[in-house]
Design a protein around this ligand. Structure first.
Ligand SMILES: NC(=O)C1=CN([C@@H]2O[C@H](COP(=O)(O)OP(=O)(O)OC[C@H]3O[C@@H](n4cnc5c(N)ncnc54)[C@H](OP(=O)(O)O)[C@@H]3O)[C@@H](O)[C@H]2O)C=CC1
Ligand SMILES: O=C(O)C1=N[C@H](C(=O)O)C[C@H](O)C1
Length: 252
C-alpha cells in the first residue's frame, strides 16, 4: 500500500485524487496540503502547505502527489527533499528556472512529472511521432480547450505535443493569429480556448494534399488524470532518485 500526500488537496485535481484513491486498495491518501484553511477533504486531514516537511514525516508518507501552481510545487519539492519522499508532479506552467529546480530535486528523491496523466494522451503523443513522417509537407495546427478556471495557456499538454511535433518537423509556433497574418509554411498555429468546465481537449491537425488528418484526445472526467497520477505514485515509491516521466509507468 503506497501512502500518499496530496498537495493542493482542496483544488479540482487534489479532491479528485483523494476521491479516486478511496476506491483503490493499492494507495491510501494519508494527508493533504493546501493554503486556504481547509481542515479536511473527504475525511483526509489537510495541513497548511508551510508545514509539509514535518507532516510528510508525521503521517509517514511514501510519495507526494502535486496538482497546484509552480510556486507551490517548488516549495513542496524542498519539503520532499528534507523528508526523503518521492514526488509525482502534475502541475503545469513552469518556467526554465522551475524546470531546473525540479531537476535539482530529482538528484535527491525520485521525481516523476507529466503534463498529462491520461493514458490516451500518452498514446496520442506516440501517434503524432508515428504519423508526421507520412505527411511531411502538410500544414500543422494545434488546438486545446479547457475549463474557465485554468490559469496557464497554452496547456502543458499542448506544449508537450508541440515538443513532440518539433522532434519530427522544424516548425515555429505562432500563438493565435490576428490582423494581417498570412501563414508561413514553417509555422504551427497554437490556440487555447477557455469555457465552462471542459476537462481537457487537445487536437493536432495536419492538412494538405486534399485531406485533413486529425489526431485528438478529450478527457471526460478528471478521474482519468487522478488514476494515472496514482499509478505513477505506486510506481515511483520504489525508484531511485532521478527524473522520470509517465512513459516509465506505462512501459513498466
Ligand atoms: N498533469 C495532469 O494530468 C493534469 C495537470 N493539471 C494541472 O494541475 C494544476 C492544478 O489544477 P487544478 O486542480 O485544476 O487547480 P485548482 O486551482 O483547482 O487547485 C490548485 C489547488 O492548489 C492550492 N494551492 C495554491 N497555492 C498553494 C500552495 N502554496 N501550497 C499548496 N496548495 C496550494 C489552491 O488553493 P487556492 O485555490 O486557495 O489558491 C488549490 O486548492 C494545474 O497546473 C493544471 O494544469 C490538471 C489536471 C491534469
Ligand atoms: O488544468 C487542467 O485542467 C489540465 N491541465 C493539464 C494541462 O495543462 O495540459 C492537463 C489536462 O489537460 C487538464
Amino acid at each position: 500500500m503506497t501512502r500518499v500526500a496530496v498537495n493542493g488537496a482542496a483544488g479540482r485535481m487534489g479532491e479528485t485524487v483523494i476521491e479516486t484513491a478511496a476506491d483503490r486498495d493499492d494507495v491510501s491518501v494519508v494527508v493533504g496540503f493546501d493554503v486556504d484553511g481547509v481542515d479536511e477533504v473527504q475525511g483526509v486531514p489537510v495541513v497548511d502547505a508551510g508545514e509539509a516537511a514535518d507532516a510528510l514525516a508525521e503521517y509517514d508518507a511514501d510519495v507526494a502527489v502535486d496538482f497546484t501552481v509552480p510556486e507551490a510545487t517548488l516549495s513542496l519539492a524542498e519539503a520532499c527533499r528534507e523528508a526523503g519522499v518521492g514526488m509525482v508532479v502534475g502541475t503545469t506552467g513552469f518556467d526554465e528556472d522551475g524546470f531546473a529546480a525540479l531537476d535539482d530535486t530529482a538528484e535527491d528523491v525520485p521525481l516523476l512529472k507529466a503534463t498529462n496523466f491520461a493514458r490516451g494522451v500518452h498514446a496520442l503523443l506516440r501517434a503524432i511521432s508515428e504519423a508526421l513522417p507520412a505527411v511531411p509537407d502538410y500544414d500543422l495546427e494545434l488546438m486545446e480547450t479547457h475549463h474557465n478556471g485554468k490559469i496557464d495557456a497554452p496547456s502543458g499538454t499542448a506544449k508537450t505535443m508541440l515538443e513532440t511535433v518539433q522532434e519530427e518537423r522544424d516548425v515555429e509556433p505562432v500563438y493565435g493569429r490576428e490582423g494581417h497574418a498570412p501563414r508561413d509554411e514553417d509555422e504551427i498555429g497554437v490556440f487555447a480556448r477557455r469555457a465552462g468546465d471542459i476537462r481537457g481537449e487537445h487536437e493536432l491537425i495536419a492538412a494538405g494534399n486534399d485531406e485533413v488528418l486529425s489526431l485528438s484526445h478529450h478527457a471526460e472526467d478528471r478521474s482519468v488524470f487522478a488514476a494515472g497520477a496514482l499509478d505513477a505514485a505506486v510506481w515511483i515509491e520504489n525508484q531511485e532518485p532521478g527524473r522520470y516521466d509517465f512513459g516509465n509507468v506505462i512501459d513498466q
